[in-house]
Design a protein around this ligand. Structure first.
Ligand code: PGA
Length: 253
């Protein structure tokens, strides 16, 4: 049976208090869409105000530190995100893997810390253009998944519905280039196999999102691909005008 779709906006380093009305528009439109789960991962500075004024809508962080607390200047713990009103966090986004030099091991520790604390976690993986052109995309992303998948107390198998994967080809992020439905389908099928290998039947419950230049024009075609359980959306999540049609395309599946 198909999993319910999950559409998550990633606001990256965008947004101040002047954007709260836009966030409210997205939240109220999402409340009217049935059969699809919607969330916005905001800058940490906005989560508390958004969650306080829009109770019931899911807000998340864009990263979570692997330690519970400590001397980590500039970092945010799972407890801090929960305290601000977040219910999920992205980990391992390619921008953090490159800008902050995050390794698979760190990403795995972050996913485990988030799940253990009770946050939903979206684990991002994806290949570079060089890897895709060398014909190594599936093998590379599968091994990235294997190395960053959470295990132990907070593992996906113990918290069905709380854990999702986002396959985001790096060359498709923010570029307007989208992977073809055939390539997305091949990758998601390969990732599903690895999830089942790691978690048994529970691996079939982990939603696999596609990310990379998803917009109102291409969302329906992407959501029609087997094993695409939703989308992680960057640029097109910043306004209700662009984001709500993507949510509606997911709800229509
Ligand atoms: P994009 O970003 O939709 O702007 O390509 C997606 C992401 O980085 O999560």
């Amino acid at each position: 049976m198909a999993l319910s779709k999950y559409v998550v906006g990633n606001w990256k380093m965008h947004g101040t208090s002047s954007d709260l009305p836009e966030i409210a528009s997205i939240a109220s439109a999402a409340a009217g869409s049935t059969g699809v789960d919607v969330a916005l991962c905001l800058p940490a500075t906005l989560i508390d105000r958004a969650a306080t004024s829009m109770a019931g809508f899911a807000f998340g962080g864009q990263d979570v530190h692997q330690d519970e607390k400590g001397a980590h200047t500039g970092c945010t713990s799972a407890a801090m995100l929960l305290d601000a009103g977040a219910s999920l966090a992205i980990v391992g986004h390619s921008e953090r893997r490159s800008d902050q030099c995050e390794t698979d091991e760190q990403v795995r520790a972050k996913a485990e810390a988030g799940l253990k604390a009770g946050l939903g976690v979206i684990l991002c993986i994806g290949e570079s253009l060089d890897v895709r052109e060398a014909g190594q995309a599936v093998a590379t992303v599968q091994s990235q998944l294997d190395a960053s998948l959470p295990h132990g107390d907070g593992a996906a198998a113990g918290v069905p519905g709380k854990f999702a994967i986002a396959y985001e080809p790096i060359w498709a992020i923010g570029t307007g280039k989208v992977a073809s439905p055939a390539d997305i389908g091949e990758m998601h099928k390969a990732l599903r196999e690895r999830l089942v290998a790691a978690y048994g039947d529970a691996g079939n419950e982990v939603r696999i999102l596609y990310g990379g230049s998803v917009n109102a024009s291409n969302a329906a075609e992407i959501f029609a691909v087997d094993d695409v359980d939703g989308a992680l959306v960057g640029g097109a999540s910043l306004t209700a005008e662009k984001f709500v049609p993507i949510v509606e395309a997911a709800a229509a599946r």
